[in-house]
Design a binder for this molecule. Structure first.
Ligand code: NAP
Length: 286
């Protein structure tokens, strides 16, 4: 059985790595803040001291890191992935980044003789725990086929989208829609509450009609509660909106609604809600 490495024991990475361990795989984990590896070690994973050690000792190294800067940081330096990865090995990056970052990572991995797959995921903490993510892969087709059984432990659906960058683009498309849906829900609830309507009844009406959706069902009660326990950190959603806007500049596509949503998420982040759930955007609207 292939030896797997996993870099990044955040909300998503720790749940995904745990599913690989539960599936019986030999998994070596690393995290910048080493203490966050403890629950995985307790499950039976090994812990490495550096990304280099993971890449040098595992057949395939997976990564799930916060943003483009983090995804690039683990590659570089004396302790980085590039110092350890080599011929025949694979690198699969689940982090949500932009297409240019995905291509930069791909060229560095391939220059070392290894293979690269980008594989951002749709779905949050609970789907990561349940192994029901949607995996948006692109890059090396052979590596995709090789890791398909592992991907199937992490997700309920996977797509191979072709050239490196197409996974990042698909992920940004999905998240710009989600960000704007959440700001629309927040504005509707805020207006309704001010107008004397009952919040639960607004959600009930939405759920009975054509706009019913799992996201409204999950986030609606959260907005009304005023507490935002984190499944998807707000700072990461704002990063995704920012990256979608940057892509729109490159492709000459206007994104008026996304620009407005980004400003609201930015305001919520600056107000100190970055580590709270994306639902906290409601706190700067209501
Ligand atoms: P998270 O809990 O904030 O975890 C971020 C991870 O990145 C941590 O392991 C963190 O290490 C690491 N990291 C940050 N900066 C680093 C650096 N400079 N060098 C090395 N490691 C660094 O985030 P998450 O929710 O798991 O999300 C991870 C990625 O998945 C993001 O790209 C996010 O947009 C995407 N995503 C998230 C969700 C979700 O619902 N949560 C859903 C789909 C996609 P430390 O522990 O040391 O800080």
């Amino acid at each position: 059985m292939a030896k797997y490495g996993f870099l990044g024991m955040g909300i998503m990475g720790s749940a995904m790595a745990a599913n690989l361990v539960h599936a019986g795989h030999d998994v070596t984990v690393w995290n910048r803040t080493a203490a966050r590896c403890a629950p995985l070690v307790a499950l039976g994973a090994r812990q490495a001291d550096t990304p280099r050690e993971v890449a040098a000792t595992c057949d395939v190294t997976f990564a799930m890191l916060s943003d483009p800067a983090a995804a690039l940081a683990v590659l570089e330096g004396a302790d980085g992935v590039l110092g350890g990865i080599g011929q025949g090995r694979g690198y699969v990056d689940f982090s949500t980044v932009d297409d240019a970052t995905a291509n930069t990572i791909a060229s560095q991995i391939v220059a070392n003789g290894a293979r690269y797959l980008e594989a951002p995921v749709s779905g949050t903490k609970k789907p990561a725990e349940d192994g029901t993510l949607i995996i948006l892969a692109a890059g090396d087709r052979g590596l995709y086929d090789e890791v398909a059984p592992a991907l199937d432990k992490l997700g309920k659906k996977r797509l191979f989208l072709g050239e490196v960058g197409q996974g990042a683009r698909m992920k940004l498309v999905v998240n710009l829609i989600m960000g704007s849906m959440l700001t629309a829900l927040s504005e509707g609830l805020a207006l309704g509450l001010k107008g004397g309507l009952d919040g639960a009844e607004i959600l009930d009406v939405l759920d009975a009609g054509a706009m019913a959706c799992p996201m409204f069902r999950a986030k609606g009660p959260m907005l009304l509660s005023g507490a935002y326990p984190t499944s998807f950190p707000l700072k990461h959603m704002q990063k995704d909106l920012r990256l979608a806007l940057a892509l729109s500049e490159k492709l000459d596509q206007n994104l008026a609604l996304t620009a407005a949503s980004n400003e609201l998420f930015k305001r919520a982040r600056i107000a100190g809600n970055g580590d709270k759930d994306i639902g906290a955007v409601f706190s700067v609207i209501a």
